[in-house]
Design a protein. Structure first.
Length: 244
């Protein structure tokens, strides 16, 4: 195992969230997820503080290097220790909204057409290149859209956008789950110069992922209360002033 690197770092597109009983790593380039139990999580946290593989088992190090959660470096390069999950996320286990599980109410024709365009744009982003990097293309587009918003969207505006996307997603032949739905709603709002906060988070027991849209005040829109069981790991947007 002498060929394994001693100095390493964690790429900036990898985020870590600590639920105490499990450490969840999310790669926002590939969408890949790794879960580390407490012993392995302790090794990750120690490596984050030192930027070295000292004390990490060869098997764990090999796995993290292979999956891209860690990369070799010429010098020790510490990275941020894992973020703590919100207390509600550590103790809650609910059922999130299942996109496409029930037929949404009708939306105005004009709103539906705009929503269909936004959803088609998300589909195009996901299939425009290497399938392994679809998540990166979507989040890059959301970051670009975030700077176009001149005003923060109200809860009513976000709600209307989400419902419009859900309506057209019901008839879409492609996969329309929470990622596609929330991204399309965010792009739809951006096309109107409105900004919202797009969130991607993790909940435990079992470990699961969810994406949603919320107001600048942090209130999830068109989501069940159980969405608060998710700790946001990546948030995009939500930096503009409220509308007058």
């Amino acid at each position: 195992m002498s060929d394994l690197p001693t100095n390493l770092t964690c790429p900036t597109h990898v985020r870590a969230i600590d639920f105490r009983h499990v450490l969840v790593l999310v790669d926002y380039r590939t969408g890949r997820v790794q879960c580390l139990l407490p012993a392995a999580a302790a090794q990750w946290t120690r490596a984050a503080r030192t930027g070295t593989s000292d004390g990490m088992t060869p098997a764990l190090l090999q796995r993290l290097l292979h999956t891209g959660m860690l990369t070799p470096t010429s010098t020790a390069t510490p990275w941020p220790t894992p973020a703590d999950a919100a207390p509600t996320a550590r103790r809650s286990a609910g059922t999130e909204y299942l996109a496409g599980a029930s037929r949404p109410p009708r939306a105005p024709l004009r709103a539906s057409a705009a929503a269909a365009t936004a959803l088609a744009a998300v589909f195009a982003l996901k299939h425009a290149g290497d399938a392994a990097l679809a998540m990166q293309r979507v989040t890059t587009a959301l970051m670009a859209a975030a700077v176009t918003g001149e005003h923060a969207a109200t809860g009513e505006q976000i709600h209307a956008a989400v419902l419009a996307v859900r309506r057209v997603g019901w008839f879409s032949p492609g996969r329309t789950a929470c990622l596609e739905e929330s991204a399309a709603a965010t792009l739809l709002l951006a096309s109107r110069r409105l900004s919202a906060t797009w969130c991607h988070g993790v909940a435990p027991d079992p470990v699961r992922l969810h994406a949603w849209v919320q107001t600048a005040d942090g209130d999830p829109v068109a989501e069940p209360p159980t969405t608060r069981a998710y700790t946001p790991v990546l948030t995009i947007g939500g930096t503009h002033h409220h509308q007058p």
